[in-house]
Design a binder for this molecule. Structure first.
Ligand code: ACO
Length: 428
């Protein structure tokens, strides 16, 4: 007789049956363990795009796509984004709990001091053409960390791994800001250890040589609190997101025994695509192409046309079939900050019109196509005056902590194996 917690497959050609255990999840769907399926049946399972496949087990992030729920280590994203800083979230994802005041202070100080990069890396960035996209420079520079910080290539102890994890989180904003400044052909601004993680990133992007900020008629114009708050929230919302395409890439590279630096460099490349993290940049490019509120309806019609491959960027999600909870947080933030952010440009009006039409249109409603995080982050970053080419690097800054912790989880899991899917051969 079949066990209670199992599923039986019957091969209708032969009448033979095969029983597989069902693994219990603490939250969300349970999983049929088909690891011995090929050995038992001589057949593979087929699931392009992994729509029904759990590739690992994880304690980090939980998503309920039907309810629009997202949690890091059990804590709801809205609570983290509105009551905690990004650095607290980094600590949470790395240690499994939020830090106390002293721990946070020590963590913050350490990251400030680790934010400087080797001068050789600066030379590497300088060797790129100015036309290089910051994402291209960033993925190369992160891979190159393996040659500048090689003493940690063999991570033999928890302590060494911890140092490497902090080094990576601290240096990514510097690499991103340097990549941007190089694309403009302007001198790099070194980190300022008196500034917080998020403020420092804005500073390295914007300051003039010598560290002065823009001098306006009002005197020296500093980075505004509202900008730091919005960006910090965006980092938190991007910090981890279960087994998405870039994280799956990081775990796949980790499975070959490669170092986190190169695994994360591969994750950055995967994130760049417009179906994934590159969507935030594409949202603004698309709004510019639409050009005017009066053109929105025609573009929405194009997005619905099955013979046209035009899609509304920033809409839809593989997992969320309800409002993306990260988008919900950003929409609230956008509404709350609308007086302080410049949200009255034509571009923002176009975004609002798209949102209004799509949320009420049958095509989008039936397919559960809601605005995703990239729709609102694109609009907010644009309103903050962040250059479009930096939208996806900002996603990278937020996500690095997730990737490194997914890498660690993969390594510690005794059931981990090299990623090696099979295929349905249809050739000659
Ligand atoms: N505009 C118009 N139609 C869409 C859109 C869209 N943005 N997204 C999905 N659809 C339609 C598809 O045409 C399809 O319609 P059909 O059933 O009539 O064939 C249906 O909705 C399902 O779409 P799939 O592509 O099968 O859904 P999938 O889960 O594979 O893709 C994805 C999800 C890639 C996010 C998709 O919705 C998309 O391309 N969105 C635009 C890009 C984007 O915003 N990406 C960011 C995602 S969030 C992130 O990565 C951080």
């Amino acid at each position: 007789m079949a066990k209670k917690n199992s599923m039986t497959f019957i091969d209708n050609r032969t009448g033979k049956s095969y029983e597989y255990p069902i693994l219990e999840a603490t939250r969300g769907p349970w999983v049929v363990d088909v690891r011995s399926f090929y050995k038992d049946t001589g057949m593979f399972t087929y699931d392009p795009g992994f729509t029904s496949t759990a590739s690992c087990n994880s304690e980090l992030t939980f998503i309920n796509g039907e309810k629009g729920e997202l949690r890091y280590h059990g804590i709801e994203i809205e609570e983290l984004a509105t009551q905690h800083s990004y650095l607290e979230v980094c600590f949470l994802l790395s240690q499994g709990r939020l830090p106390d005041k002293e721990e946070l202070h020590a963590f913050d100080l350490e990251l400030r001091h680790r934010s400087f990069i080797h001068e050789g890396l600066k030379n590497l960035i300088e060797s790129f053409p100015n036309t290089a996209h910051p994402m291209a420079i960033l993925s190369s520079a992160v891979s190159a960390l393996s040659s500048f910080y090689f003493e940690h290539l063999n991570i033999n102890s928890e302590e060494e791994f911890e140092q490497m994890r902090r080094r990576l989180i601290a240096k990514i904003p510097t690499l991103a800001a340097f990549s941007y400044r190089h694309s403009l052909g302007i001198p790099f601004i070194y980190p300022d250890i008196e500034r917080s993680f998020t403020e420092n990133f804005l500073y390295m992007m914007r300051a003039y040589p010598g560290g002065k900020m823009h001098i306006g008629r009002q005197g020296e114009e500093q980075i505004r609190e509202v900008e730091i708050e919005a960006l910090d929230t965006i980092f938190t919302l991007h910090a981890d997101h279960e087994q998405n395409a870039s994280t799956t890439t990081v775990r796949g590279v980790a499975s070959t025994g490669a170092h986190p630096y190169v695994a994360i460099s591969a994750g950055i490349s995967a994130l760049w695509g417009r179906a994934h993290g590159g969507a935030n940049e594409s949202v603004i490019a698309q709004l510019e192409m639409i050009g005017s509120v009066k053109n929105v309806a025609a573009f929405v019609e194009r997005a619905k046309d099955p013979d046209d491959n035009f899609r509304l960027m920033g809409f839809g999600h593989r997992v969320y079939k309800n409002f993306d909870p990260r988008a919900k947080v950003l929409k609230k933030l956008q509404d709350r900050l609308s007086d302080e952010l410049s949200l009255d440009s034509e571009l923002i009006m176009i975004a609002r019109e798209i949102e209004k039409i799509a949320l009420n249109d049958d095509y989008f409603v039936k397919r559960n196509l809601y605005p995703n995080i990239d729709f609102y982050s694109g609009v907010i970053l644009y309103a903050l005056g962040i250059p479009r080419s930096m939208f996806t690097p900002i996603f990278v800054i937020g996500r690095t902590v997730g990737w490194i912790n997914q890498w660690e989880e993969f390594k510690k899991d005794e059931t981990s194996k090299i990623a090696r899917p099979r295929q349905l051969y249809i050739g000659k």
